[in-house]
Design a protein around this ligand. Structure first.
Ligand SMILES: [Zn+2]
Length: 415
């Protein structure tokens, strides 16, 4: 064999190794309770009439029952998101509609999917081999500054709330517009915002600091009595995006006992991709604005789909980053915060297809296990990353809630 053929063979086997999952990695992956804390699939349920039992291999989505099964995904936190622009004036209605869309899917497929509201529910779904459907509200504007709505959302099963989305609301600053002088900011969380955090602790709803401005993060950490989560955030030291967390924030979150669930979005995990996306942002925004203006002029309703379609076209102009970029982020968070404080928060179905090579849907999650194994992670640590850490934090949030409620009833009976 000549040197050319040998190197060709080596290259081939390296490519295959990068894409295939060994029986050992598969066994480690399949014995874990795998939890993903962020998928935007409810927008598909609501606006596309997408059915989660869809089995079309050409479907562009990341999450379906088949794909969850293929990737041994046990629990998905479905994102409940009210678009601050298109649903302005009726955030609560939009939030309720999206919650309903998740319940409707679970009702259609009771043999393969169940609503889940607790760690115990996730464990039961795992035993019954069903997809556990949980819900997290993405953006505090959904409560319309009304603590009673927060209570209602908890009762309907919402188990985390992201304090802000990309928009600053009336009580929490967002990283998405923190540099915009036209927006009225609060230097982090207002007093009401701190009250919301404590009320979430009391209810047993996880406090999610993804999307918030840095000062909001530190205010939330100071206010909370329970560990917090970053449901879908990556590391700023590797990819310089304000949506990502600095090493300082990672260490503070670890001290709080919380968990950072790494986001898969290409612009958050790969500096080359981020720069390319930033360079075309103006043109992409202009194309979207022109399209939406056309629709408006024609009197047509506007949904996320109209934006998504154009965003997909622009995203496709930039090459997908390698899977290595995502693994680098998981590895970095594990090194800086500790292996007990990192997990998976894919942002599936919310990033217009911009995810790393090899990760085309939830079915590809075992490739992450393979990559972690290749980097020397133990089975025990891989299980923590795949879901164990999130379950620990969720349990702790449940325990703090029980304690706060017991304390409140002790005080009221002693009066
Ligand atoms: Zn998000």
């Amino acid at each position: 064999m000549n040197i050319f053929r040998i190197s060709l063979l080596l290259l081939l086997s390296a490519t295959l190794a990068a894409q295939s999952v060994t029986p050992q990695a598969r066994a480690i992956h399949n014995s874990a309770i795998v939890v993903d804390t962020h998928a935007d699939t409810p927008q598909r349920f609501l606006y596309e009439n997408f059915d989660i039992a869809n089995s079309d291999p050409k479907d562009i989505g990341h999450v379906s029952l088949d794909r969850a099964r293929a990737g041994n995904l046990c629990a998905e936190f479905f994102s409940i998101w009210a678009d601050p622009e298109t649903t302005s004036g009726h955030f609560a209605k939009s939030t309720f509609d999206m919650i309903d869309s998740v319940y409707e899917q679970a009702a259609r497929h009771p043999d393969r999917m169940m609503m889940a509201f607790s760690v115990a529910d996730i464990e039961r779904a795992h035993k019954e081999k069903k997809l556990a459907a949980l819900m997290g509200i993405e953006g505090g504007h959904s409560i319309e500054n009304d603590i009673h709505l927060l209570h209602d959302y908890y009762r309907l099963g919402v188990r985390y709330m992201t304090l802000s989305w990309s928009n600053t609301n009336e009580w929490a600053d967002s990283s998405g517009d923190i540099d915009d002088p036209k927006i009225q900011h609060h230097n982090g969380l207002t007093d009401f915002g701190k009250h919301v955090v404590l009320e979430m602790n009391r209810l047993g709803m996880m406090v999610d600091i993804s999307h918030v401005a840095d000062k909001t993060f530190f205010d939330a950490i100071a206010a909370t009595k329970a560990p917090v989560i970053a449901s879908h955030s990556s590391a700023r030291a590797l990819t310089n995006h304000p949506r990502n967390m600095t090493d300082d924030m990672l260490r503070v979150l670890a001290k709080n006992g919380g968990v950072v669930q790494a986001n898969f979005y290409s612009a958050f995990i790969d500096e080359n991709y981020r720069k390319a996306a930033e360079a075309q942002q103006k043109d992409a925004d202009a194309a979207i604005a022109a399209h939406l203006a056309d629709l408006k002029a024609a009197g047509k309703p506007i949904t996320y789909l109209d934006k998504d379609q154009i965003e997909r076209e622009w995203a496709a102009k930039i090459p997908r980053p390698p899977l290595k970029s995502l693994i680098d982020h998981i590895d970095h968070i594990a090194k800086v915060a500790g292996v007990d404080h990192v997990g998976l928060g894919s942002d599936f179905d919310g990033v217009s297809g911009a995810v790393p090579e090899g990760i085309d849907s939830a079915a590809d999650l075992p490739k992450i296990t393979q990559a972690l194994l290749d980097r020397g992670y133990s089975e025990k640590d891989i299980h923590k990353i795949l879901g164990g850490n999130l379950l620990r934090v969720f349990s702790e949030v449940e325990r703090v809630s029980r304690e706060m409620q017991a304390e409140a009833s002790r005080i009221s009976t002693s009066q």
